[in-house]
Design a protein around this ligand. Structure first.
Ligand SMILES: NC(=O)c1ccc[n+]([C@@H]2O[C@H](COP(=O)([O-])OP(=O)(O)OC[C@H]3O[C@@H](n4cnc5c(N)ncnc54)[C@H](O)[C@@H]3O)[C@@H](O)[C@H]2O)c1
Length: 329
């Protein structure tokens, strides 16, 4: 298949593009290298993809902003993808409190451009797109399942992800585009995002700084190893029996205590953490846990990486890449 993946210089898009290329697909990558976090890390991921797959002739890349409608139209016309995986977005719950317009532009307008391009593409590509577990917002019934109402987002980030699900519904209804929304649950792994808690904790711990733990440590997260997320996305790209409009949770199906994650991470890094307990932050939720029965039933998805196996892989990468990077600067 020829698959257009937006956000290939990003954490999940980089891993997805690598997996699709290893599987023999053609990948059209697109990224604008936003400066939300280290552009150097994004450039390094991109260089890694090129080094591994540039010679195959199956990886084509556009440095474009999907908010630029005419540029995105040209990408669709030149490449005619069979499937589009939209991962490019403005992520981050906390940043949405200080930078609301980045979410309006990248997550709402940018996504509308993707929908419009799919609508006008003669081959009518399937659109698989990133939603988020944050749409469950203030829900308290755990585990979260797709049949629960998601009408109480507690951050603008979550509201834009819910908006994406609604917009996709309209385009499926009006234009027959097949859309698959994926609610990712706290993804982690090598080549991680420096704004995410596990990375921030690792960074503080190796430098001997205290880590800031919110809600006084009473937090639970469904931590999902990036290869498991990528496996779920690939199953959604290839599935034959989907309804025209689908929404799925993709998680690890376990809700881990944050303090257990911190303990594992500290042991891998060989440090004793100093912990500063703080109250709950605005926009955050105390617990997440994915019910994955729907995706399991429709695609056979089964996560295989407990945090005891995934955290050592993240820690190894962190020590090798991230620390070397910091020594250089
Ligand atoms: N990582 C997680 O735990 C998690 C959880 C839930 C949902 N998600 C969603 O999954 C997707 C991928 O997340 P990620 O962790 O890889 O984030 P990321 O920030 O690492 O990747 C996103 C990429 O998109 C690019 N981008 C942003 N706006 C763009 C635009 N207008 N045009 C072109 N490129 C643009 C960025 O430069 C970046 O490389 C996002 O939609 C995110 O909201 C991630």
């Amino acid at each position: 298949m020829r698959i257009l993946v937006t956000g290939t210089a990003g954490f999940i898009g980089f891993h997805l593009a690598g997996r699709l290329l290893r599987d023999g697909h053609e990948v059209v990558g697109l990224d604008s290298f936003t400066d939300y976090y280290s552009v150097r890390l994004k450039r390094d991921r991109h260089a890694e993809l090129l080094a591994a797959h540039g010679a195959s002739g199956r990886f084509r890349f556009y440095e474009k902003d999907m908010c630029d409608r005419s540029a995105l139209t040209v990408v669709f016309e030149e490449t005619r993808p069979d499937c589009v995986v939209n991962l490019a977005a403005q992520p981050g719950v906390r940043y949405s409190i200080t930078h609301p317009y980045a979410y309006q532009t990248r997550n709402v307008e940018g996504f509308l451009n993707v929908l419009e391009c799919c609508r006008h593409a003669p081959q009518k590509p399937r659109l698989v797109y990133a939603s988020s577990s944050s749409v469950y917002g203030g829900n308290t019934a755990l585990p979260f399942s797709e049949d629960q109402a998601v009408d109480h987002p507690v951050s603008l980030y979550a509201a834009t992800k819910k908006a994406n699900e609604l917009m996709a519904h309209v385009y499926t209804h009006l234009y027959g585009i097949q859309t698959v929304g994926l609610r990712f649950f706290t993804v982690y792994g090598p080549w991680y995002r420096p704004d995410m808690a596990m990375y921030l904790f690792a960074d503080a711990m190796v430098k001997g700084r205290p880590i800031q733990v919110f809600n006084f440590g009473e937090m639970r997260r469904d931590f999902t190893y990036v290869d498991d997320i990528v496996d779920g996305i690939v199953r959604c790209v290839q599935a034959q029996t989907f309804a025209p409009y689908e929404i799925f949770n993709i998680g690890n199906n376990r809700s881990e205590r944050l303090m257990d994650m911190i303990g594992l991470l500290a042991a891998e890094l060989g440090v004793t953490p100093k912990v500063e307990f703080l109250p709950m932050q605005d926009g955050d939720v105390p617990a997440t846990w994915a019910n994955i029965d729907k995706l399991r039933a429709k695609t056979g998805y089964e996560p295989t990486t407990p945090i005891s196996a995934g955290i050592p892989k993240f820690a190894k990468w962190f020590l090798e890449y991230a620390m070397k990077q910091q020594e250089r600067t």
